[in-house]
Design a protein around this ligand. Sequence first.
Ligand code: SF4
Ligand code: SF4
Length: 424
Amino acid sequence: MEYNPHRSEYWDERAFEENMKLAFDVCNGCRLCYNLCPSFPELFQIVESYDNDAAKVTRQEMDRVADLCFQCKLCYMKCPYIPPHRYDLDFPRLMLRSKALRVKARGLSRSDQFLGNPERVGQMGQMAPGLANWSVKNGGMRRLMERMYGIDRRRHLPRFAPRRFSEWVKRHSAPALPPLEEVDVVLFSTCTVEYHEPGIGQAALEVLRHNNIRAAVPPGQRCCGMPALDGGDMEGAIRRAKENVDILAPYARAGKTILALQPTCALLIKQDYPTLVPGEEAQMVARQTQDLTQYLADQMKRGALKKSFVASPGPVTYHLSCHTKAQGIRRAAKDLLESIDGCQVEMVDRCAGIDGTWGLKAQYYDEAIKVSAKLTERFQARHDTAACSDCALAGLQIETVTDAPPVHPVQLLAKAYGLEGGAS
Ligand code: SF4
Ligand code: SF4
């Protein structure tokens, strides 16, 4: 199977269809993933309609299965046939290849152009955040957005912050960018934090400073590239990944830890940048990148974080996001938060059904709500507990049905320390 977009085989339609037919045949025989997402039931139904002969599946049917994949990566974690097995099956990457080939042949849809470029959306919203926030709540504007960009009118969308995270950094750091030798860790802030949730970045910087960990936020960072990949814009994803590698490589080379503030971005940098950007630098960046919560949990465990708190979050209902799990992280938030006196964490290990841009689209909204039903039921049933998730996009799904947006673990930690960036 070919997963490297820099090889010509990746873009060969016939080779791709052969790979897909093999994958369909293997999955149809295996069926371990039957209940993970809508892709697999669709796949089984298609193959069964040909008397289990996957060789007869058409390109349009392959597209249907690929369109139902929202890149949660749960099947990859479960699959016994991932590389280096001889089947060499990486089902989520094969679905991305399907979309990339389609975009190469037919171009990007208007919806994927819009959703694949969160920086442009963020910059537009930041010109007049009040107006932008009114628009995302206004019924008429939402109908227009649904018609123009395919974003479901019922979906809660991220609010635009009054000020960008990078502006806050400039005002609260002197110098704004310390010299490399005076830095312990660098933050990869992510579009979510830059335009919508600067409180996560503020809490991260304050918690790190409180614990004498010197942090820098290098300017010029781009979107990690995942929203572009989601829509099949491989060229856009590669371009963004390359720019981020150029910015982060000097820190990685000097052995600094790169802390990604959102799990999807951390996962992409760690697992995909070495393929998207050929060469040693992307590999170094991938090796040095960690999820913020994992880093803090490790530091707490080794006694490098202070344990004197002024408050406790009390009981917490925590959502374990798919992309946190896909990084091999399960207990980090629980361990971190339970080091605060009086804090007990109930972990909800259920998919939110958004994973990028999929759950925002009108044609998948109802499926996304079904996928996330067990998660949202648990959050609806909680009483007097703090709602928490590393993933702000998953938080949107929780907010859609509970009207209570969860906060990032670092915000609860900052509040427990009595720092300004703590969740209010
Ligand atoms: S990555 Fe998730 S959504 Fe995609 S096929 Fe696998 S389980 Fe389904
Ligand atoms: S992705 Fe792997 S585990 Fe899932 S159905 Fe296919 S072969 Fe089985």
